[in-house]
Design a protein around this ligand. Sequence first.
Ligand SMILES: [Ca+2]
Ligand SMILES: [Ca+2]
Ligand SMILES: [Ca+2]
Ligand SMILES: [Ca+2]
Length: 465
Amino acid sequence: MLGAAVLCLSHQALAKEYIIKFNGDTKAHAAFLENLNATPLLKNMYLIDIPDTEAASMQVYNLANSPEIEYVENNKNLSIFPMNIDAAKAAVAELVSDSPEFVAPADNPPIPNPPKRPEIGRDPLLQHQWGMRDNQIQKAWKQGGSMGDPNVVVAVIDTGVDYTHEDLVYNMWRNPNEIPDNNIDDDGNGFVDDIVGWDFVSDDNLPYDLSMNPFQLIFQGGNAGHGTHCAGNIAARAYNGKGITGVAPHVKIMAMRFLSETGQGTTAAAIQAIKYAVDNGAHILSNSWGSQGDDPNDPNTQALKEAIQYAQDHNVLFVAAAGNGRQGAGYDNDSDSKPAYPASYDHGAIISVAALDENDSLGKFSNWGKNTVDIGAPGVKIYSTVPQGKYADTVFDKFGITVNWDGTSMATPFVSGAAALYLSANPSANWLEIKNAILNSSTPIPALSNKSVSGGKLNVLNLMR
Ligand SMILES: [Ca+2]
Ligand SMILES: [Ca+2]
Ligand SMILES: [Ca+2]
Ligand SMILES: [Ca+2]
């Protein structure tokens, strides 16, 4: 069985990369692991790189069939969920030009120091955030007596975060025991000069959200500032005279980049990001990505499931986007019958989130599932922070073509922010108590009755009562 998994590369899998899990002590296999360029992931779990030789594949085949190996699986592709850009694509193809405004931003700007104290003033763009209005967010802060505890950390596991953004910079998590820019791993966590998180795509300490310019985005797909947009609705700073506010505007954002500027990543990189976040103090993991592109029915995803178990074992909640539907004839977006991972894993630590519009209707792209989707949250035309200090509820808005920031990706940060806010007001709550509080305080809506576990939408005011 396992041998077959090794020898039959699925066409989506990354050539010659596997995740291997040993049953026990790996000391006896040290030489083998070194030969295969092994990267440790979790306990007894490694990413291995198999040379393109018959001898190497025989070695893996033999090992996979040995009792010392629990499993071997492909290092599969993961991605941000696709945005609805087909209409724009056709129109822009007619109108394409080399306008200088479409210059891609530079990658990896230095990490600025946070302002000594945030400025004070109303958030001028709050009016655009219908999701905050719907959740009566300012009332909820008053009710719960908290706008978020600065010691509560939410990891945005995504395409990175614009950590220079005026409305995010103060709320970026700062690794307390790491001295910046001295080329030394001061806290001994295995990462040198990791200040606001880590970039598992480029393996650097600058998890910047490198977004594509609009033409690259339209023609090549990819990242329009996905992680930065997610971060804003979790913890953009409130009452700082700038921009918008997050649901929990005094908590901290840890930037975990594992999806590239084309929106693509791997299972192994996701596991590394989850492990870093858990090991370095995140309480909530916000996950707006999934297995779209791989066979959703492929059960061969044990490693990612174990990473979620790792989070649960450390009392960390895993909030996940339900998925944006798999386009195709007859597809009904029912995650119960067509699961999208990780949201659809049968795993207690996951809250799976569907996307709603301002009228409490399910976004037409949104997955749902009586047993596999937990709750709905604002996810249609969502306003938030985007890279280069900007704010937007449209991904693309030119030539009369508008593409909104829509998605279960956008709904997930509302729930992550709500979890962080609840934990701030109830510091002894464990992951299960946070999850139950969120589901039990939801408002029932027809669009989600029989289409989700809670049957309702996020209600932050109710949660903080
Ligand atoms: Ca370090
Ligand atoms: Ca250092
Ligand atoms: Ca980087
Ligand atoms: Ca603000």
